[in-house]
Ligand binder design. Sequence first.
Ligand code: MN
Length: 722
Amino acid sequence: MNFTELEIQNIENELEEIINAFQNRGTEQDKEEIRRAFRFAYDAHFPIRRKSGEPYIIHPINVAKICAQELNMDKNALIAALLHDVVEDTDITIDNVRENFGSDVANLVEGLTKISGAMNNMYDSAQIENFRKIFISMAQDYRVILIKLADRLHNIRTLDSLARHKQLKIASETLIIYGPLAERLGLYRIKTELEDNAFRISQPQEYAKIAQKLKDTEQQRILLINKFSLPIAAKLTEQRYDFEIDGRPKSIYSIYKKMVRKKIPFEEIYDIYAIRIIFEPKENEGTEKEQCLKIYSYITDCYKPHPTRFRDWLSNPKENGYEALHSTVMGPTGQWVEVQIRSYRMNSIAENGIASHFLYKGWQSNEVKLEKWLSMIKKVLTSDAQVDVSSTSEYLTSMIKNSEIVVFTPKGEHFYLPDGATVLDFAYALGPQIGEKAALAIVNHEQRPLNFKLRSGDQVKIITATVQKPTHEWVNYATTVNALTQIRRFLHEEAEQLAPKGEAKIKELLEKLQIKFTERIIEKLRQHYQISENDPHIYVLAKVAQDNLDSESFKQILKKYTQERKINFFQFILSREDEKKDKSQRKQYVPAECCIPIPGDDVVGYELVPGVITIHKVGCSVAMDLNAKHGDKIVPVSFLKEEHKAFIAELTFEGIDRVGIVRDLTNVLSTDLNINIREIYFRAYDGIFEGSIKLYTRNVQDLENVISKLKKTKGVNKINRK
Ligand code: MN
């Protein structure tokens, strides 16, 4: 099973493309090493083919090509890309890789192998654990993330021949993890391609609809963009700027997300496209930023700006390095149009993010931020407190998100926080000591609570109190991983301390009530204290330790979270009434379910089915309706005189919940002909059985009779008359 001449030629060509893309970044010796890695991978994978039929080596080659052409990566990264599947799919070991290519390459390949191992277990119960593994591997070295993104990009470009369930798995991982990761690193072009492909695969019809609408509206859009751009282009030409104006539409997936989020149709999205003005800064005419602002002023000479939609990513670039000036202006046709102003350098960062680091020097400040982010992920994921405070996948993926807002201290220091961050998040950003003692904040000279949402530009002073400490509520107040981790750690330590006391208390209360301890009891207390299912046991115990729980309220809690077993007894009682009333007639009297008449009520009967008389209360609305429609079916009835003197009694009883007890009790009740049960229910919890009966009886003797019969039933310990 050999490769054809054409296939081999193809493989060789692809390799040369990698070498060409790498051209300026390394020596001849480096290139030789890349070729050696290629041979190594080629031999390892030979003669395996992909599902599509092409030689397997085509995949690692293409991954390396993306790393070389689109991500501008270094020699070792390209080698690792070529070798990324050899440990997973062939007999080659990490040690073999280390012997041949050194430990830097081996570490990268090991990280990539771990990720794919974890990904394959994604549908196991330990999904969160797998997420953690993925993030930990990635956080070791950002090159692992980039190669993994290239791997995913090539896979998603070429997954047509895979089985549907595999396609869907790849698509959902891409939307949940890889798209947001690419965005976090500023790789917008890759993010868009990943997400649009994943969306096309997972929701082909929705994708096709939007793609079609974009196509249908393209001509019209081009006209609008031209009309809008013309005066701006004239102005910039007059000012001798080297520039281009671009009006590409948003990605299909982001249009879809907006339609879903805002619940609006395609036609109502006003920012299907944004106008990008990309320019080369002129020498000796001020900084890039100054020139951006100058261009902004030319634009607002032509069009009126929206009073609030203005974002300055020049003074405060996004955490992933994004720089630009965004403004929304009223276009010539009366529609709002978003305009983004960037230099070519900024544009390269906007499209290639971290990858443009290699092209434009002097981007160190963003590298520092990236390092901070990676070390934060490492710290959070490897901290012990995190282990049993197991979290959701949203929690982990929230770590990927960019910080969008900038908040200032009264001294003018600034902090980046994610969109939606609260006062409490900011307090923890200042340090755990401040976070834990935070009581409230002064935001722009006004007093605000801990869950107050901050906005970009807010000046915030945190007021602390010595008596303050984190509570379970704080978990709802905080949004950043940093704050949540600190709060959870505090709560966890506190719970560990209090748990033994709580456990002893529960045991004491159970003893008093003679109830056996079961796991269900903890679950009921969890519901009572509204402690999340994700939180461990000890949180419930700690809460009990802090609460003044007496045995009566404890019993109420156990009872409250128990499902009642209600049993309606009426049917058979009334059919007995029939016998008592007139034994000669073979008629059946049935209480109507709508009004459930009881002895003493004024009643009326309807013989809708021959032989069966349904009894309603006189005022019942269904009866009124029947009167109107079936006047001829009315049967005058009334309860026997003696029944009027019947009195209502309520019995409650308690016992041990055993199999068959309900049946035994109902047998006792149904053999006694002198009582008339109005309502009965049973309830069992934690081994205890409880019930109550409301009944009508004509004399105390009959009632005593029932009580003594019930008492004889096995399992019933106690009967009380209310
Ligand atoms: Mn791969």
